[in-house]
Design a protein around this ligand. Structure first.
Ligand SMILES: [Zn+2]
Length: 90
């Protein structure tokens, strides 16, 4: 299953998105400089109907990952997303 993920390059700081398999999502490199991309929490851009229990679980995993990272932007994004999913329920 391929999904879009957002990254911030650890080398040049470039923000980019990539469509990769879930198991490859932590091994994406920046197209500009080749440094490793740090995966960001997903954006809330799909319609509500596209979400399922699986993506709810994913969002919580991403939120946990973001909490472990010292990355203010990802933290804020993940926090808002977790609240969003708790509000709509599984
Ligand atoms: Zn880069």
């Amino acid at each position: 299953m391929y999904r879009f993920y957002d990254y911030a390059c650890e080398g040049c700081g470039e923000r980019f998105e990539a469509m990769v398999r879930m198991e490859d999502r932590d091994g994406v490199n920046c197209a500009t400089c080749g440094a490793r991309g740090r995966r960001l929490a997903p954006r809330i851009s799909l319609s509500l109907g596209a979400y399922s229990r699986k993506t709810l679980w994913d969002a919580k995993q991403d939120a946990n990952l973001a909490r472990e990272q010292d990355h203010a932007f990802a933290k804020e994004q993940a926090k808002g997303e977790a609240e969003f999913f708790e509000a709509i329920g599984p």
